[in-house]
Design a protein around this ligand. Structure first.
Ligand code: UD1
Ligand code: CA
Length: 448
C-alpha cells in the first residue's frame, strides 16, 4: 500500500486557449506548464505521479517522457471522470490520493506538502485547498454552513448571484482518502454541462456528515489557473518575478528586473551583472562575474566566468573564461570560444573553435573553422565554407595573421604563424610561417 499517490489532471482540451497545442504544453518561463506540477510531485514522493492525458496525449507524452505514469481519458467528460480513469492503478493501493490540475503551475511544493500534512490529521475523506480573493477568476465558490463547515463547491457557470459573491475559491487541489474516494467517484451526478465534476465529491462527503477540511491560503498568485492567454501572461509575470528574486538573493545584480527575462532552466554565478532587455533561455549556465546585456539573448549556451556579452545573440555556444563578445555579434550553434577570445562588432561564428587569445574584432564570418591560439582575424575575413552543395572546414593554426578582407575558400589550411595579406583569396593551403597574398593568394618570398 502506498502512502500518498499524486494524480495530475491534464486531459482537458482547453478551448479557451484557442490553440492547436494542448494547453499544458504552453510554455511558462521556458518550460511546458505541466512540467511544474510533475516536478513538484517528484519532490513530494519518490513514487512517479500519474498524469491523466487526453487531448493531444501523444504530444504530451513526447514532451513529458517517462517521469510519470500515463493514464488515458479518451473522452473529456470532466475532472471527476478524469480522476476515475486512474482507479485501475490506484484503487486499493493508496492510502491518500492527492490531486492537482496541470494548469496551475505556480503552486509551490510547500503548499502541496502542507495540504498532505493537514490531510494526515483529518478524520474525514477530503482535505482541499482554498483561497480568499477579490477577483474570483472564474473559480468554483466554496459553500460553508452556519457552523463554518465546508459543505460544497459550486461552479461559477451554475452559481446564483448570491453564490457568485462568495470570495472563498476552490483552487483545484485536494487530498482524498483512498478507501472513500473510488466508490464515491462512480456516483458523481452529471452536471448541467454534461460533465462529471470532481468538485461534487465535497457535497457528497458533507451529506454523509463527514468532515471536509480546507487549507486556506492568502497568496492568490500561487493558484492562478491558466485557462486563456491572458492568464498565461499573468502567470509568466509572476514566475519571472520569482526567478529574478531568487537570483538576486543568490548574489546576481539585475539592473532592472522588470526588463530581464530568465527562464526557469538557467543557472547563474555570483557577482554577475545583467543589464536590461536581456533574455537567458533554455539549457544555459552563466559563470561568475560576467556582464551580460543590454539587449542580449543567450540561449542553450555555457558561459564561463568573467565573460562580457553586449548587444549580441549567443545560441548553442560555449564560452570559456574571460571571453568578450559584441556589440552586435552572433554566436551560433557549435561556436566554442576558448579563454580570452575577443569577438567585436558584427562577428558571426558557427560550428567553430577559436583558440585561447584569438581576436576577431570586426565584421567577420567564421563557419566550420578550427582556429588555434593567438590568431588575429582581420576585419572582414570570411570563411567561404559552402560550395553550394557541401560544407567544408577551414583550419587556421596558432599565431597566424589573417589580413583584412581575406576570403578563405574551404577546405583550406593556414599554417602556424603564416601571414595572409589584406584582400587575399586563399584557395590553397598556406605553409607555416610563410607570407601569402593576392587573388588567388600565392606564397611570396617576402612582403612587397
Ligand atoms: C476547475 C474546478 C474549479 C476550480 C478551478 C481552479 C472543476 C469542475 N472545477 O475549473 O472549481 O476553481 O479548476 O483552477 O473541477 N481536465 C481533464 N479532463 C477533463 C476536464 C479537465 O483532465 O475532462 C483537466 C484539465 O486539463 C485541467 C484541469 O483538469 O488541467 C482543470 O480543468 P479546467 O477545465 O481548467 O477546470 P476549471 O474550469 O478551471
Ligand atoms: Ca483551469
Amino acid at each position: 500500500m502506498n502512502k500518498t499517490s499524486i494524480v495530475i489532471l491534464a486531459a482537458g482540451q482547453s478551448t479557451r486557449m484557442k490553440s492547436e497545442l494542448p494547453k499544458v504544453l504552453h510554455h511558462l518561463a521556458g518550460k511546458p506548464m505541466v512540467q511544474y506540477a510533475v516536478e513538484s510531485a517528484a519532490e513530494l514522493t519518490s513514487e512517479k505521479p500519474l498524469l491523466v492525458v487526453g487531448y493531444g496525449a501523444d504530444e504530451v507524452r513526447r514532451v513529458v517522457g517517462d517521469h510519470v505514469i500515463y493514464v488515458e481519458q479518451r473522452e473529456q467528460l470532466g475532472t471527476g471522470h478524469a480522476l476515475l480513469q486512474a482507479s485501475p492503478l490506484l484503487e486499493g493501493r493508496s492510502e491518500t490520493v492527492a490531486v492537482c490540475y496541470a494548469d496551475m503551475p505556480l503552486l509551490s511544493t510547500d503548499t502541496l506538502r502542507r495540504l498532505v500534512e493537514l490531510h494526515a490529521e483529518n478524520k474525514g475523506p477530503i482535505t482541499m485547498l482554498t483561497v480568499e480573493a477579490d477577483d474570483p477568476m472564474g473559480f468554483g465558490r466554496i459553500l460553508r454552513d452556519e457552523a463554518g463547515q465546508v459543505v460544497g463547491i459550486v461552479e461559477e457557470a451554475v452559481a446564483t448571484e448570491e453564490q457568485k459573491a462568495i470570495r472563498e475559491l476552490n483552487c483545484g487541489v485536494y487530498c482524498f482518502d483512498g478507501h472513500w474516494l473510488w466508490p464515491h467517484l462512480t456516483q458523481l451526478p452529471l452536471s448541467p454541462k454534461g460533465e462529471y465534476y470532481l468538485t461534487d465529491l465535497v457535497a457528497m462527503a458533507a451529506a454523509e456528515g463527514q468532515a471536509v477540511e480546507a487549507l486556506k491560503i492568502n497568496d492568490v498568485t500561487e493558484v492562478l489557473g491558466i485557462n486563456n492567454r491572458s492568464h498565461l501572461a499573468q502567470a509568466e509575470a509572476v514566475m519571472r518575478q520569482r526567478i529574478n528574486r531568487k537570483w538576486m538573493l543568490e548574489g546576481v545584480t539585475l539592473l532592472d528586473p522588470s526588463l530581464i527575462f530568465i527562464e526557469a532552466t538557467v543557472e547563474i554565478g555570483q557577482d554577475t551583472v545583467i543589464y536590461p532587455n536581456t533574455y537567458l533561455q533554455g539549457a544555459t549556465a552563466i559563470g561568475r562575474q560576467c556582464r551580460l546585456g543590454p539587449d542580449t539573448i543567450v540561449r542553450d549556451s555555457t558561459i564561463g566566468d568573467g565573460c562580457t556579452i553586449e548587444v549580441s545573440v549567443v545560441e548553442g555556444a560555449v564560452l570559456e573564461e574571460d571571453v568578450d563578445v559584441g556589440p552586435f555579434s552572433h554566436l551560433r550553434k557549435g561556436a566554442h570560444l576558448a579563454k580570452g577570445v575577443h569577438v567585436g562588432n558584427f562577428g558571426e561564428v558557427k560550428n567553430s573553435y577559436l583558440g585561447p587569445g584569438t581576436k576577431m574584432g570586426h565584421f567577420s564570418y567564421l563557419g566550420d573553422a578550427t582556429v588555434g591560439k593567438e590568431v588575429n582575424i582581420g576585419a572582414g575575413t570570411i570563411t567561404c565554407n559552402y560550395d553550394g552543395q557541401r560544407k567544408h572546414r577551414t583550419i587556421i593554426e596558432d599565431g597566424a595573421f589573417i589580413g583584412s578582407d581575406t576570403m578563405l575558400v574551404a577546405p583550406v589550411r593556414v599554417g602556424a604563424g603564416a601571414k595572409i595579406g589584406a584582400g587575399s583569396v586563399v584557395t590553397h593551403d598556406i605553409p607555416p610561417h610563410s607570407v601569402a597574398y593576392g587573388v588567388p593568394a600565392r606564397v611570396r618570398d617576402k612582403e612587397e
